[in-house]
Design a protein around this ligand. Structure first.
Ligand SMILES: [Zn+2]
Length: 236
């Protein structure tokens, strides 16, 4: 995260005022601290482990280790893609996910900016995936580590050489692809739902390579930490 923040500071794709950048970094770090305090205090990570102990079968364990890793990461990435798409299509889920989209200065720490409500719901979804598919728990942990890195990368404001970006997009979500996903226009932000691999968006035709004029949400300005927490419960 620190390396990515340094890179986006010295090689920015888009320019922003120091004030906007400072507020975004501060809000995201506070959100991260708050979410993790709740997760630790209520031992929420153990929910996935409990779910895993109730898996419906153990056919996953019969595969060789490399097979488990490849299939497990692909399965999880596909279902997280589907979950992200649902967050945009279902109004109740969008209320929470919208808080993440309230970011105007897209940066590496935007990957930490998720509403607690959305994170709690995603723990339940991941638990269902573990129960149904019986994906080995170490693969689930591996996937979570990979997501942390790739999400920080694709949210970052780093300027990449065009040839490298285009090459990357054949396999994984680039910062350019994810910037479209943070467009203020619904038509543009209902696209590029992928977390690690770009294949699901290419396969299901939700890929969009237009570059947005404005990032964030229409008529909603940058949120402070407390505004962020109350965001899903606002009338409009
Ligand atoms: Zn989204």
């Amino acid at each position: 995260m620190i390396v990515l923040v340094l890179l986006e500071t010295y090689f920015p794709e888009r320019e922003y005022t120091a004030k906007l950048k400072g507020r975004a970094y501060l809000t995201n770090l506070l959100v991260f601290g708050f979410n993790n305090s709740i997760f630790i205090a209520f031992n929420i990570a153990s929910v996935s482990l409990i779910a895993y102990s109730y898996r419906l079968h153990n056919s996953f364990d019969l595969l060789p280790v490399w097979g488990q890793a490849i299939l497990g990461v692909l399965l999880l990435d596909f279902f997280i893609w589907l979950w992200h798409l649902s967050n945009h299509k279902i109004d109740f889920l969008w209320r929470f996910h919208k808080a993440h989209h309230s970011e105007q200065f897209l940066n590496a720490t935007s990957a930490l900016r998720f509403h607690l409500g959305e994170l709690l719901l995603s723990v339940l979804i991941k638990s269902v995936i573990l129960i149904v598919f019986g994906i080995s728990f170490w693969i689930f942990v591996l996937y979570e580590v990979l997501v942390t890195f790739f999400a920080a990368f694709h949210h970052s404001n780093i300027r990449l050489p065009k040839w490298f970006q285009l090459y990357l997009e054949r396999f994984i979500i680039s910062p350019n692809m994810h910037r479209t996903h943070h467009s203020a226009l619904r038509d543009e932000h209902d696209s590029n739902y992928g977390v690690i691999f770009s294949w699901w968006d290419l396969l299901f035709k939700t890929f969009d390579d237009r570059q947005p004029k404005n990032i964030g949400l229409v008529n909603i300005s940058e949120k402070t930490f407390f505004n962020f927490l109350l965001f899903p419960f606002r009338k409009k």
